[in-house]
Design a protein around this ligand. Structure first.
Ligand code: NAD
Ligand code: UGA
Length: 462
């Protein structure tokens, strides 16, 4: 029986998944390790509200398990040495250099983990791929472990994570399924069973699916590709709705009631963001191309092309509507995170919309309940479109939405935070320049109410 787990990577996946395993399995000692000392210090902050990842419900879970059987540490070697099962939850970003630049997954962090596990391990271990990886990565990990290890035995499992940010805790408590891929050999099957036994502490066994390693690895990329494809499909239709007088919300409802289609992931928006959809689809495209499957690659790449178009066209529409110039105009951004209930901003549509407006010399004032100036500046500087000084000059951060909107020419809603719906919109209107525009990139606000106040309101797809 597994009684000691180590997880390498204390990020958006490693932190929450291990916190839930520890909470649900008090008999297992779970140690989450990371090279990032600041991140580990934040996970260990005595005030549990200061943990580095904002997820509803997560601080309660951490408060219960931390110090009991959940530990956060920078002592990677020690945790590897002591563990029977090691989860790899490090980042796998899109490559920014060399072959596959801009498309393939950068596996350098994965390889470093594999080499470290091989170097440190003195007894047999199960290594679990929790990070999202290209199909057939397990064979590369196995190669490294077997050729650089101390002669001990490693079993490699693929156990991709399907949680969505903002709902991570509920997704982990009650997952639609847990997927575990492993070798078809008796040793592989035994390793699979040991991981099944961990999850079976709280997940019904009929929701724990076991497959071969390659199916498991590919299923993860496929799931994200299908989800993102739905968003790009509805966003493609949103533009047609705007031309034809159809309303994309009505279209989404009408098609979503077909049980074969279903209602989820049909919300038109300024474009999907997040650390994974784009990266995983690009990776899928790269894999297809590397097998010479150009039609397959082109098919999935279109999901990204459509998403880029949606972000750009949102910014273009703001400029066009504001009489073809935003130079010197104050535009208030409500939201910067890539979706509500998270402090994660990776690939958020807000970044790209801001970038386009800054290129047109707009002044942007941002309010996001969970994101501060440091992160916003980091996101813009990362694009390298203009100097850091220019980004600093062009973007201010307000402490609340009323301040952000004060004397603004227009408001752009970039994240669907619930609190935006509860504001005193009359007060916001009174303090804006007229005509006062709202560009609702999330179809969040009440059109009739805002128009009654006097706003010029534009949603996506109607
Ligand atoms: P993240 O960047 O938040 O966390 C990764 C962490 O790994 C970082 O803190 C980094 O310092 C650490 N790390 C990197 N190399 C290390 C090493 N050699 N030793 C120790 N620590 C190391 O990333 P994330 O969002 O948690 O994503 C991790 C993986 O999970 C990715 O493959 C991603 O595609 C996948 N995934 C993410 C989500 C999500 O919602 N974010 C959901 C499902 C799957
Ligand atoms: C997504 C998947 O939903 C998870 O199952 C997966 O584990 C994860 O990626 C991952 O691999 O990282 P996440 O990116 O956290 O989760 O959040 P989603 O809820 O999927 O939203 C992604 C983006 O799509 C957000 O910007 C969201 O606003 C947008 N979206 C989503 C829409 O614009 N419309 C929708 O109908 C749904």
């Amino acid at each position: 029986m597994i009684t000691n787990i180590c997880c390498i990577g204390a990020g958006y996946v490693g932190g929450p998944t291990m916190a839930i395993i520890a909470q649900k399995c008090p008999h297992i000692r779970v140690t989450v390790v990371d090279l990032n000392e600041k991140r580990i210090a934040a996970w260990n902050d005595p005030n549990v509200n200061n943990i580095p990842i904002y997820e509803p419900g997560l601080s309660d879970v951490v408060a219960e398990a931390r110090g009991r059987n959940l530990f956060f540490s920078t002592e990677v070697d020690k945790a590897i040495d002591e563990a029977q099962m090691i989860f790899i939850s490090v980042n796998t970003p899109t490559k920014t250099y060399g072959v596959g630049k801009g498309m393939a997954a950068d596996l350098k962090y994965i390889e470093l983990c594999a080499r470290q596990i091989a170097r440190v391990s003195k007894n047999d271990k199960i290594v679990v791929e929790k990070s999202t990886l290209p199909v057939r990565t397990a064979s590369a990990i196995k190669d490294i472990l077997d050729n650089t290890g101390n002669g001990v035995n490693f079993q490699i499992l693929s156990n991709p994570e399907f949680l969505a940010e903002g709902t991570a805790v509920e997704d982990l408590f009650a997952p639609d399924r847990v997927l575990i891929g492993g070798d078809t050999t008796p040793e592989g099957q035994k390793a699979i069973q040991q991981l099944v036994d961990v999850y079976a502490n709280w997940v019904p066994t009929d929701k724990i699916l076991t497959t071969n390693v390659w199916s498991s690895e590919l299923s993860k990329l496929t799931a994200n590709a299908f989800l993102a494809q739905r968003v790009s499909s509805i966003n493609a239709l949103s533009e047609l709705c705007e031309k034809t007088g159809a309303d994309v919300n009505e279209v989404a409802k009408a098609i979503g009631l077909d049980s074969r289609i279903g209602p989820k992931f049909l919300k038109a928006s300024v474009g999907f963001g997040g650390s994974c959809f784009q990266k995983d689809i690009l990776n899928l495209v790269y894999i297809a191309k590397s097998y010479g499957l150009n039609e397959v690659a082109d098919y999935w790449e279109q999901v990204i092309i459509m998403n880029d178009h949606q972000k750009r066209r949102f910014a273009k529409n703001i400029i066009k509507t504001l009489y073809n110039t935003v130079s010197g105009k104050k535009i208030a951004f409500l939201g910067w995170a890539f979706k509500k209930d998270t402090n994660d901003t990776r690939e958020s549509a807000a970044i790209y919309v801001a970038d386009d407006l800054l290129s047109e010399q707009a002044n942007i004032s941002v309010y996001d309940p969970k994101v501060g100036i440091e992160q916003i500046q980091f996101d813009l500087n990362y694009l390298e479109t203009r100097s850091e000084a220019e980004n600093l000059k062009g973007v201010q951060v307000a402490t609340n939405a009323y301040e952000a909107c004060n004397n603004a020419h227009a408001i752009a809603v970039l994240t669907e935070w619930d609190e935006f719906k509860t504001y005193d919109w009359q007060k916001i209107y009174d303090n804006m320049l007229k005509p006062a525009f709202v560009f609702d990139g999330r179809n969040l606000l009440n059109k009739a109410e805002l128009e009654k106040i006097g706003f010029v309101y534009q949603a996506i797809g109607s």
